[in-house]
Design a protein around this ligand. Sequence first.
Ligand code: TXA
Ligand code: MG
Length: 319
Amino acid sequence: MPADLVPATEEAIERAARLVTEGELVAFPTETVYGLGGDATSEAAVARIFAAKGRPRFNPLIVHVPELAEAEALARFDERALIAARRFWPGPLSLVLPRRPESGLALLASAGLDTVALRAPAHAVAQALLRATGRPIAAPSANRSGRVSPTTAAHVASELGDRVALILDAGPCSVGVESAVLDLTGAAPLLLRPGGVTLEQLSEIFGPIETAAAGEDAPRAPGRLASHYAPERPLRLDAVDARPGEALLAFGPEAPPGFAEVLFLSRSGDLAEAAANLFLMLRHLDRPEFKGIAVMAVPESGLGRAINDRLRRAAAPRP
Ligand code: TXA
Ligand code: MG
């Protein structure tokens, strides 16, 4: 049965909270991307998330909480973690920390690791849902495993419409790329996934930060599969000229001639605008009339790191 897609009114949020406590799955907006949420304390609910996404069970989920107080009951925060949470929460940063044995979290959420990724999202609807539910919500991006993350409720419906009880619609996500995932379980902080909080912002408080390379980082980052975020059409990076039948994702004021269709991530070269447009535009260009999607180079700084990370994975050889 197709899911209900409803505006995220107070009443709808209450209904979503009830569904979560009953073990059902609901999709909800965060400032980064839409999440597929379930009760993080229920093994059955978390198992449903993996099944709905077709996600391999070795890839752990992010557990969402309203704020630091709730997070501290779930994981051990050292001084570094406290500083990061106080500086960047609520916001697009997930912290990988040692899970408390008494956390009550489903073991499946951590995919067998003794760590857990925690995040307090900034979106008002996500906050309201977490508070109304009164328990932590495990939520991966609300797409089928390996595919482009959804930044609108309609995209959730097209990915998972028949596998979720309710979709809360609050319009497009403002950040548009997922949270940064920072592992604080080792001696030095390790950036497992670049995201909405940038490497530069993290370096301001931690100094130089190690980053995990795609595919090489297991088992600390089991989810970092090389191919991910993939549209159906092949993706070609650093495009400077057109090939027959290609559509173009342009960055900057001008696009080379000859493409079948051109969308601008940002004409002014604004990386925040480009991030917010990235998944929307990839989806829009992923149409059978095009032979492929070409993308112009995006600077490797600030949010550009997260954009390039997603683009590289989208262009990687498919399994
Ligand atoms: O912005 C976001 O983070 C969105 C919204 C919905 O919050 N969520 C999201 O979840 O992107 P997901 O499941 O698509 O990505 C979670 C990432 C994966 O790369 C996963 O491997 C990593 O976080 N992760 C989760 N728990 C981990 C852990 N205990 N250790 C290492 N990596 C972990
Ligand atoms: Mg995802």
